[in-house]
Design a protein around this ligand. Structure first.
Ligand code: GLA
Length: 699
């Protein structure tokens, strides 16, 4: 161990836990302009702060609609989403369409100054269709065909269902695409389940043929000599994602992604053929944001902006996890997004569907805005009098009158109206990014090696100290541009192929600091082990490698702290590599060996962290990395208070939320305009769930 590394080790082992800025120092990459800010100009979805809810006029007598819209307007709504489950109302009999009621609803909304987002109803095929054409029904991975009565019972791959979807969506677009009060479209609803029906299987075979060309290539990529899996006919290749060779399961995930992309494109083209260019097209992705049944970057590529559905379920807002999920969603398109559904207090599907605290619904809305949301829509306006969701939180009761949460939503409406002039045109801008990669996540999920290896928790372990230091943290895919970041963290990048290795190498040589987490670079694009040790194609750049990985059945000592679940034994292969952390007494194999190493390369730096570190060690690591990379910290805030920042058009916005249960006082670094309460402030006191929206007048 060099003397410098020795000093480093002592520091990490001591109480200060501060990494040397000198060791981590790397010349800075230049910050580029805010993502999204320029792309957003002139597009309605970013020209306002939007507030509204999901409304189902098909469930109510038409005479009631005006009262609903009046009550929406009164709480500050300026948008409503309609239509996404109403296929049987739009086409009650095959080929007999009725879009007039939708047009009437859209025009009535206009009279109340409320814009409309139209949902396409392909999540809920009507009963006449599933009876007459049972092939449109989804088949699950065990080969069972679903029946009618719920939703999501359709096949995303069946050509007939695609045709029927295109027909209904074309009719909708013809009827509504030139309505000025329609600002955009949502395709389907919360894409979730793929289908394993015969049409899907045939498409899988075609997809494989196009990708591999020959079976020899496929057999080689999946190492089918193992367990006598060699295929001599394309139709022998299995088709599922939960029971087999990771090589095919990884490809199956990519195939499913392609099916969703095609399912969506089918409708997107139908809308675009008739809709005004100003009308946006998005979809509301669910699954609490992190779901990975398919690649969400790919889904969003064809859309104008990303949106998702933000639910807490049981308990209360987990501020880091929820904030990180917003950042993930912002990263799907690298621009501002919408929360197309958010809970008005409580849901109906959680183990305990408790109510949020008073003020927490408002805090949740502002957290979304702080992380880059420009639209917030409650699910739902008023519950149907029957059906599966009569117990869900809503804004109106069964009597059609406001529930207690209406007042809080009204406050959000007043806040948003006050803040919109300052906030519109701004986006979160960060000097640091965390990389997120669906294929890498799939490979680790297929072979986790430790039941508690939770990749989202691993990512959040890095996210929390970054977020404590900065108002904004980006979470983006590895494939996009990285040069605007001074620091890039890849917590779970198991697949590093040639292109990515070149790109990350250029990033490091150009002055960036790359931190790789455990399991990095172990795999290629086919989920094959790289024929060299981790981090595979980056091992030479690192000047070190993983000698062996260990799933831990008990914590091990690292520096002055501990690692749990996972630890890798690192070795150094070049003289200029420094050891940042060493195992203490561990499992025998790891004792005294390196747990984290770092190397300055060109103008930048690469660091490899081989273990899942406790909070103290992680804070030391990240604080040192930020300092070394020259990332200026935002101003400090007390525990439980979240600081969020948005910038653009020469404006700088600060949003503060007290997620705790006690009052908190925040000293501002300079005088700021208090947008919600008025006046200029140098400090702010936030009650529990309190929110402050400030404009930094210095900038
Ligand atoms: C999802 C769906 C909605 C509704 C809500 C209930 O987000 O998109 O239709 O079922 O869940 O929380």
């Amino acid at each position: 161990m060099s003397r410098k590394a020795g000093r480093m080790f002592q520091r990490l082992g001591g109480s200060a836990l501060l990494l040397s800025a000198m060791l981590f120092s790397a010349p800075m990459a230049q910050a580029a302009p805010a993502p999204g800010a320029s792309a957003a100009s002139g597009q309605a979805q970013f020209d306002n702060l939007w507030l509204g809810s999901a409304w189902y006029p098909e469930q109510w007598p038409e005479e009631r609609w005006a009262e609903d819209l009046r009550l929406m307007k009164a709480h500050g709504a300026n948008v409503v989403r309609i239509g996404e489950f109403a296929w049987s109302r739009m086409e009650p009999i095959e080929g007999q369409y009725d879009m007039d009621w939708l047009v009437r609803a859209v025009r009535l909304a206009d009279r109340y100054g409320i814009k409309v987002v139209i949902g396409t109803p392909t999540d809920t095929p009507p009963a006449w269709m599933t009876q007459k054409y049972p092939e449109v029904l989804r088949v699950d991975s065990d080969g069972r065909r679903l029946g009618h009565g719920g939703r999501r019972q359709f096949s995303i791959s069946d050509p007939h269902y695609r045709q029927l979807s295109r027909d209904i969506v074309s009719r909708m677009a013809q009827a509504l695409g030139r309505e000025a009060n329609v600002i955009g479209w949502q395709i389907g609803n919360e894409y979730t389940d793929e289908s394993y029906d015969p049409a899907a299987r045939a498409a899988w075979v075609d997809w494989l043929k196009a990708r591999y060309g020959t079976l020899d290539k496929l057999n080689d990529a999946w190492t089918t000599a193992y367990w006598s899996q060699t295929y001599s006919d394309w139709t022998q290749v299995p088709f599922n994602t939960d029971k087999g060779n990771p090589g095919w399961m990884l490809e199956c995930k990519r195939f499913i992604t392609s099916q969703w992309v095609a399912f969506q494109k089918n409708q997107l083209d139908a809308i675009r053929a008739h809709a005004l260019p100003a009308q946006f097209i998005t979809t509301n992705l669910g699954g609490l944001g992190w779901a990975n049944r398919f690649d969400r970057y790919a889904i969003n590529r064809d859309l104008d902006f990303a949106s998702w559905d933000n639910y807490v379920g049981t308990g209360h807002l987990k501020s880091y996890r929820n904030g990180a999920t917003h950042d993930l969603v912002r990263g799907w398109k690298r621009k501002n997004f919408w929360v197309m559904e958010i809970q008005p207090g409580f849901v109906n599907w959680a183990p305990v569907s408790n109510m949020l605290y008073p003020g927490e619904t408002r805090a949740m809305a502002w957290q979304a805005i702080g992380h880059g949301a420009d639209g917030i829509l409650y699910w739902q306006w008023r519950n149907a009098l029957n059906g599966q969701e009569t117990m869900h939180g809503s804004i109106l009761g069964p009597d059609g009158k406001p529930l207690p949460v209406y007042e809080e939503v009204s406050r959000i409406g007043r806040d948003m109206a006050k803040a919109a002039p300052a906030i519109v045109g701004t986006s979160p801008v960060s000097p640091v990014a965390i990389l997120q990669d669906y294929p890498s996540r799939w490979t680790i999920d297929f072979q986790p090696h430790h039941k508690d290896y939770d990749q989202i928790s691993v990512l959040l372990d890095y996210y929390a100290p970054l977020k404590d230091a900065l108002g904004s943290v980006d979470i983006v895919e590895a494939q996009g541009p990285l040069d605007r970041y001074k620091l890039v963290v890849a917590p779970n990048l198991s697949i590093i192929n040639d292109d990515l290795a070149k790109k990350l190498t250029a990033y490091v040589r150009g002055g960036g600091h790359l931190i790789l987490g455990p399991r990095s670079g172990q795999r290629d694009d086919y989920d094959r082990l790289q024929p060299r040790r981790q981090p595979g194609l980056l091992a030479d750049l690192l000047g070190g490698q993983v000698e062996q990985f260990y799933a831990l059945d008990e914590p091990v000592e690292v520096g002055s702290g501990k690692a749990t679940i996972w630890a890798e034994d690192l070795s150094i292969k070049a003289s200029d590599v420094e050891t940042l952390l060493r195992y203490g007494k561990a499992n025998g194999w790891l004792d005294g060996h390196a747990a984290a190493i770092t190397r300055r390369v060109g103008k930048g730096r690469i660091t490899y962290v081989g273990a899942l570190l406790d909070q103290g060690l992680m804070k030391g690591l990240i604080d040192g990395a930020l300092e070394g990379a020259g990332v200026a910290r935002d101003f400090p805030v007390p525990a439980d208070v979240e600081l969020m920042t948005r910038e653009g058009d020469g404006r700088s916005i600060v949003i503060l939320i007290n997620h705790g249960r006690e009052d908190r006082s925040v000293t501002l670094p300079r005088t700021m305009d208090d947008i919600l309460e008025g006046g200029r402030k140098t400090s702010i006191t936030l009650a529990a769930e309190g929110v402050a929206v400030l404009q930094d007048v210095r900038k």
